[in-house]
Ligand binder design. Structure first.
Ligand code: FES
Length: 125
């Protein structure tokens, strides 16, 4: 029995220490694998506010803060929990298999604006 084909091995669980994250390119998408409070998460590396990379932001208690204007996102749900962002970021399913972190990266949903942003709904802030 092999791994679920939708999941791709990204790194080993020991590659990303608890409290840290690492950037990976998967299928042409920039993804952050985050290890927070014993859990692994995978999120898109792009803020929903002004599309700045989230890499470089501070991660704390299950959230990551955008380094540009300080929006805070929930690592599990992608929800914007702090201004100025109001829209979520995309998150991906993660599973640990044989000590490896495997991520199910989906194709980008929308090409304009954030991956969760319906066309015509650009940030207002
Ligand atoms: S680009 Fe992230 S908060 Fe503005």
């Amino acid at each position: 029995m092999g791994a679920d084909p939708e999941f791709k091995k990204v790194c080993t669980a020991t590659d990303v220490e608890d409290g840290a994250y690492a950037e990976f390119e998967i299928d042409g998408r920039s993804i952050l694998v985050c290890h927070s409070q014993g859990q692994f998460y995978a999120i898109e590396n792009e803020c929903s506010h002004a599309m700045n990379p989230l890499c470089g932001g501070r991660m704390r208690r299950g959230t990551i803060v955008c380094p540009l204007h300080g929006a805070r996102f929930n690592l599990s749900t992608g929800a914007a929990e702090g201004p100025p962002a109001t829209l979520p970021i995309e998150t991906f399913k993660v599973k640990l298999e044989d000590g490896n972190v495997c991520v199910a990266v989906t194709k980008r949903r929308v090409t304009v604006g954030s991956s969760f942003m319906p066309p015509g709904t650009l940030p207002t802030h």
